[in-house]
Write a protein that binds this ligand. Sequence first.
Ligand code: FMN
Length: 177
Amino acid sequence: MLRDFPLEKAYQLLEPGPVVFLTTIHRGQANIMTMSWHMMVEFAPPRIACVVSAANFSFQALRQTRQCVIAIPSADLVSTVVAIGNCSGRDVDKFAAFGLTQLAAGYVASPLIAECFSNLECKVIDTRMVKKYNIFIMEAVKVWINHKHVNCKTVHHQGYGRFVVDGKTVILKSTKP
Ligand SMILES: Cc1cc2nc3c(=O)[nH]c(=O)nc-3n(C[C@H](O)[C@H](O)[C@H](O)COP(=O)(O)O)c2cc1C
């Protein structure tokens, strides 16, 4: 009945939160990367643990500026999500190449993305796990929702170009947030 499942594919079973964009600005260059390895670690203030590989151009920007924007795209941007996650800001101006619009944030220099339905302005508050795990702990200091995008669906990554689009919403009684 039970079959062996490769350890290196375990991440595909523990489906992470929505695939997001992470924007940074460093030495005048705004950049975007795609990120699916993130998790909430505190309700209020909202804190998020994010894995940003040291191989990514975004890593240096994040480490040096200690700020970013986490922008949440809806399913209609899924092709852009993949394209942005398969090239580097070292070689490409991704805002220009993928036709995304930068908006000024309130508390960080990193740009918001106008086409995304939500943008979280974040400051890096803890880098103690960066050396070992490439994990940055961020705190969201401002959250924006675009009310023009109603009922939009997020996308969730299952590996190798396979995504799940959010389905039906179920609302149950709960005393927990
Ligand atoms: C669906 C998807 C999810 C990704 N998730 C992550 C992630 O969580 N962390 C990470 O470091 N890279 C992730 N990547 C890879 C980066 O987005 C990719 O390396 C990107 O080219 C980095 O851009 P940069 O060099 O401009 O920073 C993901 C890519 C895709 C397509």
